[in-house]
Ligand binder design. Structure first.
Ligand code: ATP
Length: 300
């Protein structure tokens, strides 16, 4: 597998903040990789190193085998940052044409608009587009030059469900044509819809790098809540199926569980006199926290 993106032991700090801490990740030709992580995890920093906008403090970053800081390495790269500035007085069609002129073999205007369902907006000035429409156009512009690698930073933030699905389909189609895609997201749903491989980043470190199914197993936690008069005899965090256990200020226990059914069965088998049992989906933030704690245990 040819490496399109290679980060080797990369560290990047901003003053006292370590945004990336000894990160190694490789993305091969034709992969669709999701970078998943909470706010401030280091995802945008990673993309900015790959696109040559920033430089690593230490370690090596390679893009198509070269230094991303050299323009020649970026020739086959398409990116959409989190925020995009579009010329407000130009129409959608004009912006597409303008961007297309920078590339040797761009998509036609019609192809770009069709892929992203933007045909009806062709004559509209970009200044008058809604936030979601601007976002869709910004992602479309990343593909105009037919890049071999596309970097997308939270491509569907702020989009409604329909616009999100159009965009996902456009990205899937583009990937099916052979492109490599690296995207960041806060949303598990988005990563689930698109990625084959998931790299979970938290606190500037790689917490997990695996197939979508394995990572879903790691972060697809449930929350088991209940009250109990005393639990001295049972270590709730060590129950089969449990990842961690914590008592809230109201006295109720929350057990984060990779297998909630097993936890409940174990509570019954071990005669824990629980009351008011509830099972809910855990938030992604909780799942990340559990992953971070696991990682720290391994390091210790
Ligand atoms: N230019 C900068 N100056 C100072 N600190 C920065 C700068 N850029 C990033 N950071 C810090 O580095 C850390 C990682 O930020 P980064 O933007 O890479 O995270 P992220 O995972 O993309 O977060 P989000 O999901 O919120 O976009 C954060 O603590 C952030 O505040």
């Amino acid at each position: 597998m040819t490496a399109v993106v290679e980060l080797e032991r990369v560290t990047r700090t901003f003053g006292a903040v370590t945004a990336l801490d000894d990160v190694s990740v490789t993305v091969g030709e034709g992969e669709l990789v999701g970078l998943l992580g909470p706010n401030g995890a280091g995802k945008t920093t990673l993309l900015s190193l790959v696109s040559g906008l920033r430089k690593a403090d230490s370690g090596t970053v390679r893009l198509f085998g070269g230094d991303p800081r050299h323009a020649s390495s970026r020739i086959a790269l398409g990116t959409t940052p989190q925020e995009t500035g579009l010329p407000p007085t130009l129409t959608v069609g004009e912006v597409v044409d303008l961007v297309a002129r920078h590339y040797p073999a761009p998509m036609t205007r019609a192809e770009v608009l069709a892929r992203f369902g933007l045909e009806e907006l062709v004559a509209r000035q970009t200044g008058g587009l809604s936030g979601g429409q601007k976002r869709r156009l910004a992602v479309a512009l990343a593909l105009v030059g037919r890049p071999r690698l596309v970097l997308l930073d939270e491509p569907t933030t702020g989009l409604d469900v329909e616009a999100r699905h159009i965009l996902w389909q456009a990205l899937r189609d583009y990937h099916a044509d052979g492109a490599t895609v690296l995207l960041t997201s806060h949303y598990l749903e988005e990563i689930e819809a698109l990625a084959e491989r998931v790299v979970v980043i938290g606190g500037g470190r790689v917490l997990a790098d695996d197939t979508l199914t394995s990572v879903l197993g790691l972060v697809g936690l449930r929350r088991v809540l209940f009250s109990v008069p005393r639990v001295d005899a049972v270590d709730l965090a060590r129950l089969p199926g449990a990842a961690s256990a914590q008592q809230g200020a109201d006295g109720r226990w929350t057990v984060l569980a990779s297998d909630a059914d097993r936890v409940v069965r174990a509570l019954v088998e071990q005669d824990v006199p629980f009351e008011g049992l509830e099972v809910r989906g855990a938030s992604l933030e909780e799942a990340f926290l559990t992953l971070t704690q696991k990682k720290e245990e391994v390091v210790r």
